[in-house]
Design a protein around this ligand. Structure first.
Ligand SMILES: Nc1nc2c(ncn2[C@@H]2O[C@H](COP(=O)(O)OP(=O)(O)OP(=O)(O)O)[C@@H](O)[C@H]2O)c(=O)[nH]1
Ligand SMILES: [Mg+2]
Length: 237
């Protein structure tokens, strides 16, 4: 498979200790792909280390934004860049902290087609999660159950930001004003793209908790997720 038309979008905020090794792994697993790192002016110098480490590598692009504006908004900025500057045909979003295994990329890419979005699931048979606290597992189970119930989602995993989209789906996302910017954006885009006739497929994945760097999930973000959920639910009625 030729990976030239695949763009891997990685949102980063303070991922200096993770991003370089992750990008190298990705380029080994799917050589020829374009990696787009979208950094929100991380105080730890993530952008600088990317520029220095991949200065001569045309497969790695950096989108710099001025301030922290949420993971979902950063991914959209990466989609916009890859669409405009790289004319990519398949768009993948994944985290920078080594929670999403690059080894799954070929499987995600081979399953995407013009009308299908492919999601890595942590809850299908064959999937696994390592090193999560009990509290984290309960919270994830609870958020997934509420999203399935309120938004009638049929996905086993609604909160994992490791997904592959065909260009037609990205065009819909780039021409729609979304009302959420953080974690719930995944639920909002699923609802939107399903309404536009796209199908969702899931593949089992292995997810490991971050070993390095600091989590971006704060209590205020979690509380905002509740109001985001209500917003999406009201929109869908
Ligand atoms: N550009 C950008 N990236 C973000 C922002 N918030 C989170 N991210 C990135 O989004 C991805 C997911 O964030 P994490 O901090 O790992 O969130 P999490 O997986 O819920 O929490 P962990 O337990 O720390 O793994 C990582 O690559 C972050 O660097 C943001 O506001 N802007
Ligand atoms: Mg993480």
């Amino acid at each position: 498979m030729n990976y030239n038309q695949v763009a891997i979008i990685i949102p980063t905020y303070n991922e200096r200790t993770n991003i370089v090794s992750l990008v190298r792994e990705i380029l080994q697993v799917i050589p020829g792909t374009q990696v787009v790192v979208v950094d929100d002016n991380s105080p730890d110098g993530t952008a600088k280390i990317i520029s220095e480490s991949f200065a001569k590598n045309k497969s790695v692009c950096l989108v710099k934004r001025t301030k922290k504006q949420g993971r979902g908004a950063a991914v959209l900025a990466g989609f916009h860049y890859a669409n405009k500057q790289l004319a990519s045909k398949i768009y993948i979003e994944m985290d920078a902290d080594h929670s999403h295994e690059p080894q799954l990329l070929p499987a995600l890419i081979s399953r995407v087609n013009a009308t299908t979005v492919v999601c890595a699931s942590r809850y299908l048979p064959g999937a696994s999660i390592s090193n999560w606290s009990k509290l984290r597992s309960i919270f994830s189970w609870l958020s997934n159950s509420i999203i399935r119930l309120l938004l009638h989602s049929s996905l086993t995993d609604n909160t994992n930001g490791y997904r592959a989209y065909p260009i037609a789906a990205v065009r819909v996302l780039l021409t729609t004003k979304l009302s959420t910017k953080n974690y719930l954006v995944l639920a909002e885009t699923t609802k939107l793209l399903t309404k536009h006739g796209f199908k969702y497929e899931e593949v089992p994945s292995h997810f490991s908790n971050r070993v390095s760097g600091k989590s971006n999930t704060t209590l205020s973000l979690l509380l905002r997720s509740i109001s985001d959920l209500v917003k999406i639910w009201l929109q869908s009625k």
